[in-house]
Ligand binder design. Structure first.
Ligand code: RP5
Ligand code: MG
Ligand code: MG
Length: 273
């Protein structure tokens, strides 16, 4: 599998499953410290190094317009560094993530029923209706995923959900301002009726002991067979290299924890899994 270019150069300290928790003593644990040169060059979304005179982060708080709060409660600060609540990852520093501590994302799960001749298609063995979701292929590692992305400083999660869907699944970055407004107007109703399916930690390959991904996943379900989703042309854009309607089933192999989020949606909607 293609890996994130910067992370592929790094070797993680191998942590046996029973020693992942910080409460387990592991005196030999000596992970490499790594923050990619891309992050150290300070793109707008990246923090400064800990200890820099101009960096005074407010941990576990809203720090200006950057949320340093975890969805999962308070995280510890050990020797000045935020500590991953889900345990040892085999790597210190930020890796390829911009923020120390939680890096907040949002995941829009856009679904519809699979139809044939005006009727929902039932799965041949479970006899349950089949859901489909808008699935993208990530450019960084080639894995199929939900078209999610990072919450910008001060951005409302509801705005991130729609923006990322438009960027990755409709290629809005290649649209004119006018085309973008038309698409936004078309999607507005669907995106107002979202239901939260998950909020918390993501088991993302970029996570380190000091920086990790968290997300809020929402399901936007199109009931109308002739609704907006049937009018919009899917087109991969930004960090997506392909996009498709994917039938939902337990056979799916998706990026990070995305399979778990999709399973929640299938169960909630009594669909085939
Ligand atoms: C995952 O990374 C989240 O669930 C979200 O889908 C994604 C956000 O990162 P980018 O797509 O911006 O790389 O952990
Ligand atoms: Mg994106
Ligand atoms: Mg993305």
């Amino acid at each position: 599998m293609k890996q994130n270019f910067y992370l592929s150069k790094v070797e993680r300290f191998v942590v046996p499953d029973e020693l992942v928790e910080w409460t387990e003593a592991y005196p030999e644990y000596a992970p490499m410290k790594f923050t990619s040169s891309q992050i150290l060059a300070r793109p707008v979304y990246a923090d400064l190094e800990i200890g820099s005179p101009n960096f005074k982060p407010q941990w576990n708080a809203l720090d200006g317009n950057i949320s340093r709060c975890s969805h999962e409660g308070e995280y510890a600060i050990v020797k000045g560094y935020p500590r991953n609540m889900h345990g040892r990852t085999g790597l210190c520093g930020r890796g390829v993530l911009g923020r120390w501590g939680p890096n907040h994302a949002a995941d829009p799960i856009v679904t519809r029923w699979k139809m044939a001749s005006g009727e929902p298609v039932l799965h041949e063995t479970t006899r349950l209706p089949i859901l489909q979701f808008v699935c993208i292929q990530r450019r960084d590692n080639g894995q199929w995923a939900i078209p999610g992305g990072m919450v910008d400083p001060g951005e409302r999660v509801s705005a991130t959900l729609m923006r990322e869907f438009m960027e990755e699944a409709l290629s809005s970055m290649e649209m004119s301002q006018e085309q973008k407004e038309v698409a936004e107007e078309q999607l507005k109703e669907l995106f107002q009726g979202g239901e939260e399916v998950y909020s918390g930690y993501v088991d993302d390959p970029r996570n380190t002991d000091n920086a990790w991904m968290e997300t809020v996943a929402y399901n936007f379900h199109e009931l109308n067979e002739n609704g907006v989703l049937h009018q919009l042309q899917l087109r991969a854009g930004d960090d997506a290299q392909a996009v498709k309607w994917q039938d939902i089933s337990g056979d799916l192999d998706l990026y990070a924890s995305h399979r778990d989020f999709i399973q929640k949606v299938a169960e909630k909607r009594h669909a085939h899994w």
